[in-house]
Design a protein around this ligand. Structure first.
Ligand SMILES: [Fe+2]
Length: 138
């Protein structure tokens, strides 16, 4: 049993978004594995960087689709993304300043945040996206 599992009930019914979410879940697991094994700052730092970059790219992709279909809650949803990125950046700054154990807080934060966000906010968006595009794929 992994630390964080993508399960079918987390599907938002959109292939591209589901793929991104699966990658994020895998990266959170990688980070957790590295911190629980007591890996050094180079290994943990590299995963943190990858996780932050992918989270940012994923949010940009989602926000692009929101603009495209003029999603009714785009502003609110984007604000949630920005809040999360700000929290991760703060933790990342502490990690970079030498507080290596902060990395474990990043995996916990992302696991909790993503679980809720995917089930509640991304599902709502994906439903409106599917209605606007007439498919569950793009
Ligand atoms: Fe989202």
């Amino acid at each position: 049993m992994s630390y964080f599992s993508w399960t079918s009930d987390m599907s938002v019914g959109n292939t591209l978004l589901d793929h991104d979410h699966r990658v994020l879940v895998a990266l959170v697991n990688d980070l957790h594995t590295a911190t629980s094994r007591g890996e050094g700052r180079e290994v943990v730092g590299a995963i943190l960087d990858r996780l932050f970059a992918y989270t940012q790219q994923h949010f940009q992709r989602e926000e692009h689709h929101m603009q495209r279909v003029q999603y009714s809650k785009a502003a609110e949803h984007t604000r949630l993304h920005q809040d999360l990125l700000r929290q991760v950046l703060e933790l990342k700054a502490r990690f970079d300043a030498g507080h290596v154990t902060v990395a474990a807080q990043v995996s916990a934060l992302l696991r909790d945040w993503l679980s809720l966000h995917i089930l509640r906010d991304d599902r709502q968006f994906a439903a409106e996206l599917a209605a606007a595009t007439g498919s569950g794929v793009t």
